[in-house]
Structures are given as C-alpha cells and as structure tokens.
Design a protein around this ligand. Structure first.
Ligand SMILES: *Cc1c(COP(=O)(O)O)cnc(C)c1O
Length: 374
C-alpha cells in the first residue's frame, strides 16, 4: 500500500448493527453524521439498513441531501440546523426535520407551504444539557405552534426526541431525571393535541444498558463504529490506518528527533518516517505515549507528532523503504486501536475516528451480504 490508507471494514458495521438492533426494543436509527463517524456515510447507511436499521439520522440538512444524492431512499432525520437552512430542498427530498424552537418551526412551515408538501417533524426537547432541543420554558409554546401548523396542513408531528447527557454513565441519576423530563414533554405535546407516534431518547449507551429509555426508536452512531461509551459490550472496530515508510536512517545514541528536542535516542537505532501527522488526525497530544506496529512489532513514535509526519524508532532492525506500518486497527493482530490512541491523547475514541483527514486514501471492504445483494 503506497499511500497512507484508511480501510473501512463494513462487515464490522454490519455485525454491530445486528447486535444493536437485537438490543433495541423498538426500531433502530443508524446515525451517520460526520461522514458516518469517519467511516463513510453512504456505506455505513447501506450496511446498517441491510442489517436491521430502518431509518437514518444526521445533523445537517446538507448531510441528509448528500445521502439522497447517493441514492439512499430510507427515512432520514436531520436535527441540527440554522433557521435559514435549505428546508425547501429538505421537504422536497422527504427529509424529516427535528424542530428545536418556534422560529425553526415557522421557517419549516413556510418551506412546506412553498413546496406544497407537509413537512414531517420531530419536536426536539432539551432534557438537561442546555444544548440543542427546546428549553423547558419554550416547550409548551413550541407544541402549540406545531399543532396550529398541523391544523393548517403544513406539517405533521411524527415524533418527539430528546438526548441523555450522561449516556456513558448508565446508572447516573441524571439519566432517570432526563427520562422523566422527556415523558413530561411527551405528555405536554399530547395535551396540545399532537400525536407523536415515535418517541426517541436512547443513543448507543442507553440502547445497550437502559431498556426503559428505548420507546419506539433508538438512535445509534458510536456503536455502529464499534465504540461502546457504556463500556459494557464488546463491539467490532471497523477502521485500520496504515502508512508506508517513506524514509529510513540509522542514527547514533543521543540523536534528537523532531521539533523541540523533546526526545533523544538512548542507543544506536533505526528511525522510520511515516507520512501521517496531526493534519491527518494523528493527535499531537499522543506524542511520547504512542506506538505503531511495524513488521509485527510494537515500535514507539518518538519526538513530537508533526503536522505531516511521525518518526518511529525501529530498534536495531534495518527497516526498508516502502514497508507498511499499522497505525491503528481492530487490535486482533496486536496493533494499537483507536481506543489506545484516544487514551494516549486524553480524548474520546469518537474524536479519533472522526478526525482522519482528507489526505488519507479511503478503501472500503463491503459486507458480504451487501456484495451479494448489489
Ligand atoms: C450523535 C447523536 C446520537 C448518537 O449517539 P451515539 O452515542 O454516538 O450513539 C444520537 N442522538 C443525537 C441527537 C446525536 O447528536
């Protein structure tokens, strides 16, 4: 492999989807925001739909429209948009929209009137993160406005959604409190005359650990990518990042490596240069802790991670130009994982998998059941 390459194994995504779909009491939505958590949105979408998911979720309308352009016809919900987002196009493309405020509702209802087609809406309630979703103070006004827009024929409220703020700590009492606030919000929507058939609250961690939050639909993203924020379930990582050795040199003991003289070799050693750096998503904060796999062995990344490259100390082995190092993979062959990189960098695995930059080539291994049906 002559270029840095990210290989996406969609059969891992298929296995993760099957596991999550069997855990969910209701239906499963595959969240493919941020390019399918860095795994390729259309590939993850198709794989998940063939493996038990029945709907897709994204943040922006643009992401939803990109799926439509890729030929994905399944229900898609978009939940994080500015008030002047291209709602006309979204309604025309049959994209369902989450509504976090009366201003968004008015913009979407106007788009639906222009389009001549009712918009399918999910009212989004904030249940304790003060982030997206309507604040409790605005909720009743939002429900009343949504009911008026329904009676005018502009919209149909098909769901109510919320998001748990402490999803990685399933036993945290804040989750119980969040669930209660969610149910109160649903009750208020019904009192306003709305009939939201799809209540959805759970993301990956709650799908795996808190069945009383499942209702009609679970929204899972991280789990499809093999990440379990609850730490309870073994899922399948799907990404492998490899990089070629583009330079080698033998250096004496005491040789400083990289910017800032942060590291010096303690003995004569071979150094190998890999052309991936922080612009490619290799976190600089992992400098001093990280290692990669080269010739089947752990080799330390030495000196600071640069924008474009890292240096690996390869011991006494003369490394050849063009050999391939595994920066991370599923871990089955002793290579480091994205969880290792997240630990070294003091961050979440989510940030590693979504951070791989555009210079890295992509290669996708299609899941067998999709190859057959294609
Ligand atoms: C990203 C996201 C999800 C998916 O969460 P995971 O923990 O990655 O499964 C669900 N709902 C909302 C609103 C999100 O933004």
């Amino acid at each position: 492999m002559s270029r840095p390459t990210l290989t996406v194994d969609l059969s891992a995504v298929a296995a993760n989807t099957r596991l999550l779909a069997s855990a969910a009491r209701g239906a499963l939505m595959a969240v493919v925001k941020a390019d399918g958590f860095g795994h390729g949105d259309a590939g993850v979408a198709r794989t998940a739909l063939a493996s038990g998911a029945t709907a897709l979720g994204v943040t922006s309308v643009e992401e939803a429209l990109a799926l439509r352009r890729d030929g994905v016809e399944a229900p898609v919900l978009s939940w994080l948009n500015p008030v002047d987002a291209p709602f006309d196009e979204a309604v025309r493309a049959g994209v369902e929209l989450a509504v976090p405020s009366p201003a968004h509702l008015q913009a979407i209802a106007a788009a639906a009137r222009r389009t001549g087609r009712p918009a399918r809406l999910h009212l989004h309630v904030d249940i304790g993160m003060a982030r997206d979703g309507a604040s409790p103070l605005e909720w009743d006004a939002l429900c009343a406005a949504a009911r008026s827009a329904e009676l005018a024929g502009d919209v149909r409220v098909v769901g109510v959604m919320g998001h748990l703020g402490w999803a990685d700590q399933p036993c945290d009492p804040l989750n119980r409190h969040g669930r209660e606030r969610f149910l109160e919000a649903v009750a208020a929507a019904r009192a306003a005359g709305l009939r939201p058939g799809t209540r959805h609250l759970a993301a990956t961690a709650a799908t795996l650990t808190a069945p009383d939050t499942h209702f009609e639909l679970c929204r899972v993203g991280a789990g499809l990518a093999g990440i379990d924020p609850s730490g309870t379930t073994r899922l399948h990582p799907a990404l492998t990042l490899t990089a070629p050795v583009v330079a080698v040199r033998e250096v004496p003991a005491g040789t400083h490596v990289g910017y800032g003289r942060t590291y010096a070799t303690s003995r004569r050693a071979w150094l190998a240069l890999l052309p991936v750096g922080y612009a490619d998503g290799i976190p600089r904060a992992a400098s001093g802790s990280a290692w990669v796999q080269l010739r089947g062995r752990r080799r330390r990344v030495v000196g600071a991670v640069s924008m474009d490259c890292v240096v690996v100390e390869a011991g006494e082995d003369p490394v050849a130009l063009g050999e391939t190092a595994t920066v991370f993979g599923p871990g089955a062959s002793g290579e480091p994982t994205t969880a290792d990189w997240a630990r070294w960098a003091g961050t979440l695995e989510h940030e590693i998998v979504t951070g791989i930059g555009p210079r890295v080539a992509r290669r996708t291994l299609t899941a067998p059941q999709l190859a057959v049906s294609a």
